[in-house]
Design a protein around this ligand. Structure first.
Ligand SMILES: Nc1nc2c(c(=O)[nH]1)N=C([C@H](O)[C@H](O)COP(=O)(O)OP(=O)(O)OP(=O)(O)O)CN2
Ligand SMILES: [Zn+2]
Length: 147
């Protein structure tokens, strides 16, 4: 059973949902400063995505929990993160598959999917735990004029 404490995000939306998932994946960091992490190794990532909004869809969902799992877990589980060349780079540190990079990539995938929905939910936080002692939180910057 997944049980985690993760940071809360402030927002003014009426509904908030959270989806937890585990992802078993391998990666390496393609930079000499990464030390032992330059070698391929694996993690069981713990991921939490937080979705918020004011409107429900025709099913009464803010977004279907199952569709979030399909979008993220099915894409990354039992994969080598570096192989996802549409998301990660071998040369641009901003797009290395670090915990930071994974958190941002997950946010981009989730928000792109949410943008197709009529009720316009927002992904307000992605939490990625890479090891028992290391995690990253990604929150999108508010755009100009956004509350
Ligand atoms: N800011 C970041 N630092 C590190 C990342 C990262 O993604 N972002 N990644 C790594 C390695 O990939 C490694 O898998 C995780 O490192 P670390 O937390 O140091 O793992 P340990 O189990 O060795 O840590 P303990 O302190 O012994 O628990 C490195 N840095
Ligand atoms: Zn690692």
């Amino acid at each position: 059973m997944i049980q985690q404490i993760y940071p809360q995000v402030q927002h003014d939306y009426q509904f908030e949902l959270n989806k937890d998932m585990h992802i078993s994946a391998a990666h390496y960091i393609p930079h000499e400063d990464a030390g032992k992490c330059q070698k391929v190794h694996g993690h069981t990532y713990f991921v939490n995505v937080t979705i918020a909004g004011d409107e429900l869809d025709d099913s009464g969902f803010l977004v279907n929990f199952a569709s979030l799992k399909k979008l993220i877990h099915n894409r990354f589980d039992h994969s080598i993160l570096n192989d996802h060349s549409d998301l990660f780079s071998e040369v641009d540190p901003n797009y290395f598959p670090t915990t930071e990079g994974v958190a941002r990539a997950i946010w981009e995938l989730v928000q792109s999917d949410l943008d197709t929905k009529d009720n316009k939910p927002k992904c307000v936080q992605v939490f990625v735990r890479e090891t028992p002692t290391s995690y990253v939180v990604f929150r999108p910057k508010k755009k100009e004029g956004q509350e």
